[in-house]
Design a protein around this ligand. Sequence first.
Ligand code: DGJ
Length: 754
Amino acid sequence: MKITYDEKTRIFRLDCAGMTYAMGVVDEEGFLGHLWFGAQAGEDDLTYLSRTAEFPHVPSVNGRDRGSFLDSFFQEFPGAGVGDYRPCALQIEDENGQAACQLFYDSYRILKGKSILSGLPSTHGGEDEALTLEITMKDPVHGVRVLLFYTIFEGLRAVVRSARVINDGDKPVDVTRLLSCSVDMEDTGYRMLTLDGSWSRERRKELLPLGRGTRSVQSRRGITSHQMHPFVGLLSEHAGQNEGEVYGFQLVYSGCFYAGVDKDQNNALRVQLGILPEEFRERLQPGEELQSPEVLMAYSEEGLGGMTRTFHDLLRGHLMRSPWLHRERPVLINNWEATFFDFDLEKLLGIARRAKKEGVEMLVMDDGWFGKRDDDNSSLGDWTVNEKKLPGGVKRLSEELAAIGMKLGIWFEPEMISPDSDLYRAHPDWALSVDGRTPCRMRNQYVLDLTRKEIRDAVFDQITAVLDSADIAYVKWDMNRPLSDVGSAVKGKSAGSILYHYCLGMYELQERLITRYPELLLENCSGGGARFDAGMLFYSPQIWTSDDTDAIERLKIQEGTAMLYPLSAMGAHVSVSPSQAVGRFVPMTTRGHVALAGTFGYELDINRMPAQDAALIPSQIALYHRYGELIREGDYYRISSWQDNHLNDSYIVVNRDKTQALLFWVQVLGEPNTRSKKIRIPGLDPDKNYRIRIADPAVREDDQSGNFLSHREIEHMSGFLDKTLAGRTLAGAGLLMPKLSGDFRSVLLELLSE
Ligand code: DGJ
């Protein structure tokens, strides 16, 4: 790992783990050009990549065609309005509304390590783990300085970028666009991958060719959103899951975002991510500065899987901070899908007692325990316990649970206010709203103006009063509607500034919470997975992945989510069959296997589920305990995707020294008249021999539930079960997965090296 600057060629290079990122300063004026991001380059002079030897040449040689130069030069951080007609990275307006902006190279520093940003979620790294390059650029007319940050981390093919604008002038300026990165690159036939969806259908992959113009995904909802994700992947022509070049870019931010790729007249791509410019404006007074969120940029020569594992390592190693990150999380039971709002102490304890017997360790009391909330029409903001439902309050519940041997978790929705709440009656101006307009209700609720400190303080005080009143091990922080009516009772702020400061305010609240309760296990949530992003993982080690808990739907949602985020971050629960989301019947065993690929728990009424399903809970929990560490810390390799092949879904998690692996296989649909399915197993050590066994050994003949393997199905695997195969055999010749009887069946195999 090294960062260098060559005084003679004026080239910056970041080299790490077989990857090179290079930039060069050209011409007398000091344009900073992008030279290369990708496979490791030799120790060569890369100046030729700037193309300054060909028309249109640099302005000092060909000032006549300055515009042609600016419009085709690979710019590292393009300004606006002076001749580059491609999308810019920075736009600044002066007092007169003049918005041109152009940056020239000034100086640089190379720093050991990487410190976290103030007020924003970000990566971190010790002096022996990371190197940071800081390049100072200047716009002499605006009197603005821009620091470009680049960090590389030992062993990772990734660059983390951000930018900071500092107003060195003597007049205020408005920053109307500050992206986190802009990367110009040649298009050699890339396809663009995004993760799109809706409520209950989050992060489904979409792969499309790139055409001329800009293709982008974005959120203007004030939160990351169910609909689009702050991620762009670029897959080279022949790239697949395990082969070919892939670039991945993801933003560490949880508000309105932009992620897009522009293809210009020269077939050059400009990849940009950052805060959504249309919904952003920030005034900088003289001396003030503005920091962009970070963007994580991964480069892979091992297909999408390589990108995934780089992101997992980067997030686990250098972004997520919770003490729970490497700990086994308690197996929980959440009462939401069991009771919705209709619960009381006895019902909760009834669930807890039975759950405890089966091996569950924590009860999470979801929405409905406070104010007079018996449905979703009231009480958000009134975080005082409803004693009718919970006599003795949360304290008594926690004590009763402790007596049973269970921990307590509790749900909050701190960013919201119900029109029907004491809080709203006392402070109607605390909701975001625009003068003269009735704010738009969604789920009959408004959004609190978290840009205001007194409001954040009031919310914090209410939450801490509850948390201090009882022994509470876990908090689920929910957020059930996007922002609208973006106006504050404190005047003088643009909507763009409010949206940005709302996000910072929410981050500040979460930081305060985990600072005050360092041992608290925090799970973020947003109407399912509308705010599942790297920004939130800075605060909580896990996030609720989706409100759709149907195991088969979850395969798609978890595939898209796990493409970027570690399995240990995905909230995944076993729920009832037929599922409340789609009415699908799925065997309990399959539901358990699918939920294992995340933070494991239950979301059902354990007292009312079929006995044959309940009987399987102890063995499911045993599986979680046995394989929890492997799943949490291991390397994840996708083998097949139901979303692609419409038949089966498969992935494997391999531990770091490649001595143990767990293979998940779900036969989504049965097919007539077919043979076993060949799968190649990536990630193993080719030179090790692996003994293969069924991890979940339930075998039963004549079972109609789909929970057990039949002797015939076992027989189909007899060629490899309890035998050893070399890693190289498994990678090449592969395994033959048996044809199972029925739909939605699954098999879990353990591979242990001998
Ligand atoms: C949305 C969450 O995703 C659910 O799990 C549940 O907590 C509800 N909100 C409660 O209102």
